[in-house]
Design a protein around this ligand. Structure first.
Ligand code: NAD
Ligand code: UGA
Length: 465
């Protein structure tokens, strides 16, 4: 089957960049990305490419090349479904906040709504692709919904999880380690798999396109995120032991990472991992294990989350203790709010938890992040409901330059590893701070020896100073 028309439901961090790359690499395929969020679609259609709703290095160029040629953004979901041979579901699958599985299971209501809309609108056979991250066996629920339309339309369901990381999305999509496609073992299932393989084969070498059964594909996505997050929690657990024992976690990471069986990636100690997916996907894995009665399996993976919570809390505790056991009325400058560098995404960013803890101690916080806008920062804090939004606005200010943000502050805390933080005029920052001037480097990116020479009192995660 030759795919000519693709629809992607969900124009978010995954749907937008993924489909922009498909459109750029496959000019013979019309790609329409649809969303119920009209302002998001309007932003994707913005003539000013610096105003796209997702910031990713290189994305503006790709959208600029394909948009209007074979890439379209629209709110007319029914029409896009009707025209498509292949439909990607790339909607959000957050942790449930209500009912059974609250706080753990994935909320599948958006996926189910998509499936019902596809079932209602479709008049011709379609391949439906799970792009969202989903619990293992979701495809069978989707199949059930799609097969009860009574209008004779045939559907094939594929699982094609996305492994891109934010900040490097374009590079990850152009040059993926692998593309994973799971489908039915029937003839029709294999044909559907081949149709999707043919789309990716326009730019991904064949040996990197892996095909499996649906359940392996669904579970591999949760497993990959669990393994990655587990490495971060493992090194973070050791970072505390390093601080106590005089070892340096950066040296330990390097030493173990040179063992080819361990590998050097994902061993950077930090103030904790954030992002929309690690915590959500591990909680989901824990929930699935529990529903099968596998309590030891569930407990094992839950520990990755508990360690991460501990890492965030111990960072803010350390700031309070170091500043003579009180931060009440003291100004603390946050460098960074995003959950990692090169993205404007703040979902589950460790900065949010650290700020909330310090605000509860009545600190005054001043934030500078190169990409995150003020409203986002306040929305993140308000969402926690720890205090009123008026109080959040009174206690926390957002600056658009690091020198103003750090003026007269007692301490600077590095929450995101933005490269520009390393290049600042730290003498200038020091001169305008209260003394003693403290730096708490939660990302281990600053040259603390040089800062100490200037006069700063430094704490670096995993090495003490
Ligand atoms: P997102 O919240 O940025 O985007 C989801 C979009 O879907 C939103 O714009 C929302 O309005 C839209 N939507 C929801 N229901 C809809 C409906 N019924 N019809 C039309 N549009 C609808 O989410 P995201 O970060 O792009 O993540 C999407 C999925 O991809 C999740 O399952 C996530 O776990 C997975 N994932 C995310 C990443 C990442 O880096 N963010 C990476 C890999 C996988
Ligand atoms: C992660 C995975 O890397 C992607 O493969 C996956 O597709 C995606 O989740 C998803 O399913 O959403 P992402 O969350 O965008 O991607 O970013 P990562 O680079 O994985 O970083 C996650 C968090 O871990 C960040 O807060 C980062 O700062 C932190 N981290 C990462 C560390 O603290 N140390 C490390 O060594 C690596």
């Amino acid at each position: 089957m030759n795919i000519k028309n693709i629809c992607c439901i969900g124009a978010g961090y995954v749907g937008g960049p993924t489909m922009a790359v498909v459109a750029q690499k496959c000019p013979h395929i019309k790609v329409t990305i649809v969303d119920i969020n009209a302002s998001r679609i309007a932003a994707w259609n913005n003539q000013d490419l610096s105003k796209l709703p997702v910031f990713e290095p290189g994305l503006d160029k790709i959208v600029g090349e394909a948009r209007g040629r074979n890439l379209f953004f629209s709110t007319d979901i029914d029409q896009a479904i009707d025209e498509a041979d292949m439909i990607f579901m790339s909607v959000n699958t957050p942790t449930k906040t209500y009912g059974k599985g609250k706080g753990m299971a994935a909320d599948l209501k958006y996926i189910e709504l998509c499936a019902r809309q596809i079932a209602r609108v479709s008049k011709s056979d379609k391949i439906v692709v799970e792009k969202s991250t989903l619990p293992v066996r979701t495809a069978s629920a989707i199949k059930n919904i799609l097969e009860h339309t009574g209008n004779g339309v045939k559907f094939q369901i594929l699982s094609n999880p996305e492994f891109l990381a934010e900040g490097t999305a374009v590079q990850d999509l152009l040059n993926p380690d692998r593309v994973l496609i799971g489908g039915d073992t029937t003839d029709a299932g294999q044909k559907a798999i081949q149709a999707l393989v043919d789309v990716y084969a326009n730019w991904v070498p064949k040996e990197r396109i892996l095909t499996t059964n649906v359940w392996s594909s669904e579970l591999s996505k949760l497993t990959a995120n669990a393994f990655l997050a587990q490495r971060v929690s493992s090194i973070n657990a050791l970072s505390q032991l390093c601080e106590k024992s005089g070892a340096d976690v950066h040296e330990v990471s390097k030493a173990i990472g040179m063992d080819s069986r361990i590998g050097s990636k994902f061993l950077k100690a930090s103030v904790g991992f954030g992002g929309s997916c690690f915590q959500k996907d591990i909680l989901n894995l824990v929930y699935i294990a529990k529903t099968y009665g596998l309590n030891e399996v569930a407990d094992y993976w839950e520990q990755v989350i508990l360690m991460n919570e501990h890492q965030k809390n111990r960072f803010s505790d350390n700031i309070v203790t170091t500043l003579y056991n009180t931060v009440s009325g003291k100004k603390i400058t946050f460098l960074g709010w995003a959950f990692k560098k090169d993205t404007n995404d703040t979902r589950e960013s460790p900065a949010i938890q650290v700020a909330d803890n310090l605000l509860s101690e009545r600190a005054h916080i001043s934030v500078y992040d190169p990409k995150v806008v003020e409203e986002r920062i306040y929305a993140d804090l308000d969402y926690l409901n720890t205090r009123s939004s008026e109080e959040n606005r009174a206690l926390l200010q957002v600056s658009n330059d690091p020198y103003t943000a750090s003026k007269a502050s007692h301490a600077i805390a590095v929450l995101t590893e933005w490269d520009e933080f390393k290049t600042y005029d730290w003498q200038k920052i020091y001169d305008q701070m209260q003394k003693p001037a403290f730096v708490f480097d939660g990302r281990g990116i600053l040259d603390t020896k040089a800062l100490e020479k200037i006069g700063f009192v430094c704490y670096k995660i995993g090495s003490g100073s």
